[in-house]
Design a protein around this ligand. Structure first.
Ligand code: ADP
Length: 597
């Protein structure tokens, strides 16, 4: 019972600790993590935009470098390419091919759109003469031309055309070339986002030209099924840039998307950055935070356990001390060595117990002196009363005799009380004199029964002695043992209501049964009555000084509440034990055990 409130206190302290340690910690962690995550999101978007820009620039540079090699100025003053002889043109083709690289077909076209010379380095190429297209006219008028991407077995190819000028900056024809765009793959591959993010390039019809990750797809694949990519191509994004949106790609991975048009040329650069990779730094931060929280939770638990122990232990000790005092153990002393207020409290507690003990001693002494002083007069009264009633001082008139009997009865009780008080005082000062000798218990039981049989008989109670251990001898003080037996049998009679003179048929006979039992080295004596019995809650203090059960049934039964206390003192002094079992309305059994001789 005493532990429950303490445990509550412990849990309370514990909760406070957890609260103080964790709530701010969790809030700070949560806030900083959300700020970090937000920043990281921005960061990712910026990084992606930057990657797209870089990719765009690199691709433009690639195309510009190619076209620059075609932007020829021929040294002569010829006004049309047709005027320049084939050997010279072939020579020019050689040098352009070497400079441009990736050239699959090269074609000189005169001002009128006629092919003058053509060199083909690959098969199955798209139709190369663009002289009839409006773009060619623009080329001849001085503009570079970038044709649509065509996806061939050699990879994505593209036709480019550039004007050819003479030394007077006059346009004299054009160079048309089909170049292989496979090298774009290398350009794009170099642009990386984190560990696994990559960039890809698509044309205005949604076909893939090159991708930084070959698993993503190969040239010519339609990327329009990727809704975000399709949207970018359709020009559905503000500022032409889409970033931060996520989708699950064909590899089943959640990725962050970004995409934008390239500007001058009608192509689109886009990127995919696996979310896991993009947020890997944050993930490890979260992991670290969780670990830190877990570790500090354990530390706080350990710490608060020690602190609560430190706080609760002295309280428990005080609690225990108070309990001992309540039980009457005034020799109990607290030993709190905490070096703080608790230690002072412990010392004060001890001083308090000491004062209580001194008080008790004074009271006991007072009781002893009072009882001792009372003994002589009450014994004298007893003697004289018996002499008067015997007629030693002459015939007593009937009227006086009946009153004398009442006086005698009251005096008997007074004598008993004085005797009890003296016994208690003696036991308290350890002055009960016990002389243990081997004796047969039956003798003592018989004497006690003989003395009380008449009183039992008056109430219609039969005392039955079931002698089961006659020959056994025990170690006891014969006089004190008789006192115990008399007390217990007397109680059994006292607390058994008198049998009705005309008891209804079937009602049990009122009896007091006494018997013995051997229990190892001990002999148990049981005194069983069929009396009032007691409820369990009334039995807790049964053997305490002055304790009496207060019920309607016991209200008119006289007594001091000292008998059982004295019995306990005597039995324990003789090295034995005494106890009782009872149920309200069902009689009681008082038992004691003493060592066998
Ligand atoms: P007293 O009998 O003088 O009151 P005791 O110390 O002998 O004091 O007994 C203490 C109390 O225990 C009694 O007041 C009584 O209520 C209860 N008691 C003792 N013996 C019995 C018994 N045999 N049956 C029922 N109650 C008993």
């Amino acid at each position: 019972m005493q532990n429950r409130p303490n445990k509550k206190f412990k849990t309370r302290i514990f909760r406070v600790f957890i609260f103080i340690a964790f709530v701010p910690f969790l809030l700070i962690s949560y806030n900083s993590l959300s700020i970090i995550t937000k920043t990281r999101k921005q960061n990712i978007a910026e990084l992606q935009a930057l990657a797209l820009e870089t990719a765009g620039e690199k691709i433009k540079k690639f195309l510009d470098q190619k076209i620059e090699t075609f932007n020829l100025v021929v040294s002569g003053a010829a006004t049309d390419l047709a005027e320049i002889d084939a050997a010279n043109l072939n020579h020019l083709i050689d040098s352009i091919q070497a400079a441009a690289g990736d050239v699959l077909e090269i074609n000189f076209i005169d001002k009128n759109g006629n092919e003058i010379i053509k060199r083909v380095a690959a098969e199955n190429l798209p139709k190369s003469n663009i002289s009839q297209q409006p773009e060619f006219k623009a080329t001849v008028a001085g503009k570079n031309y970038f044709g649509p991407v065509v996806y061939t077995e050699n990879g994505p190819v593209m036709q480019m055309a550039a004007p050819v000028e003479n030394k007077d900056k006059e346009i004299i024809g054009a160079i048309s070339a089909i170049i292989n765009l496979n090298s774009l793959q290398t350009v794009i591959k170099k642009i990386k986002l984190g560990n696994t993010g990559f960039v890809y390039l698509a044309d205005s019809d949604g076909y893939l030209i090159a991708a930084g990750n070959t698993k993503f797809g190969s040239a010519g694949d339609n990327i329009k099924p990727i809704a975000l990519a399709a949207n970018v191509i359709a020009g559905n994004f503000r500022d032409g840039l889409a970033a931060g949106d996520r989708y699950v790609n064909s590899l089943g991975e959640e990725v962050i998307f970004a995409g934008r048009p390239m500007g001058k040329i009608n192509w689109f650069v886009m990127s995919e950055w696996p979310k896991k990779d993009a947020f890997s730094a944050i993930d490890s931060l979260i992991k670290q935070a969780v670990l830190t929280i877990a570790v500090s939770l354990i530390l706080v638990i350990i710490l608060s356990f020690f602190i609560t122990e430190r706080v609760v232990k002295p309280i428990e000790a005080l609690n225990h001390g108070a309990e001992e005092i309540a039980k009457g153990n005034l020799n109990y002393r607290l030993d709190l060595k905490t070096g703080d207020e608790f230690e002072t409290l412990g010392e004060r507690f001890n001083i308090m117990i000491k004062a209580l003990k001194e008080n008790q001693k004074l009271r006991d002494e007072f009781v002893f002196i009072a009882a001792h002083e009372l003994r002589t007069p009450v014994t004298a009264i007893k003697g004289y009363l018996s002499m008067i009633m015997d007629g030693s001082f002459g015939q007593v008139p009937d009227k006086i005799e009946s009153n004398l009997k009442i006086v005698n009865g009251a005096n008997e009780r007074l004598v008993q009380l004085v005797q009890d008080l003296l016994e208690v005082a003696r036991s308290e000062s350890n002055a009960i004199k016990i002389a243990l000798t081997p004796l047969s218990i039956t003798e003592s039981v018989k004497t006690a029964i003989n003395e009380l049989k008449a009183a039992a008989g008056k109430k219609g109670i039969k005392i039955i002695y079931e002698k089961t251990a006659e020959d056994k001898k025990i170690k006891a003080d014969s006089y004190k043992l008789k006192e115990v037996l008399a007390n217990l049998i007397n109680n059994a009679i006292k607390y058994t209501p008198a049998a009705e003179a005309d008891k209804p048929a079937g009602e049990k006979e009122k009896t007091i049964k006494i018997k013995h039992e051997i229990d190892g080295d001990y002999l148990i004596t049981r005194i069983k009555d069929s009396g009032l019995g007691m409820a369990p809650e009334n039995m807790e203090k049964l053997f305490s000084k002055f304790y009496r059960v207060k019920t309607d049934a016991t209200a008119n039964i006289e007594g001091t509440g000292l008998g059982l206390f004295i019995c306990k003192q005597i039995i324990e002094k003789m090295g034995g034990e005494i106890w009782a079992k009872s149920k309200a309305g069902q009689g009681s059994t008082f038992s004691f055990k003493l060592l066998l001789a």
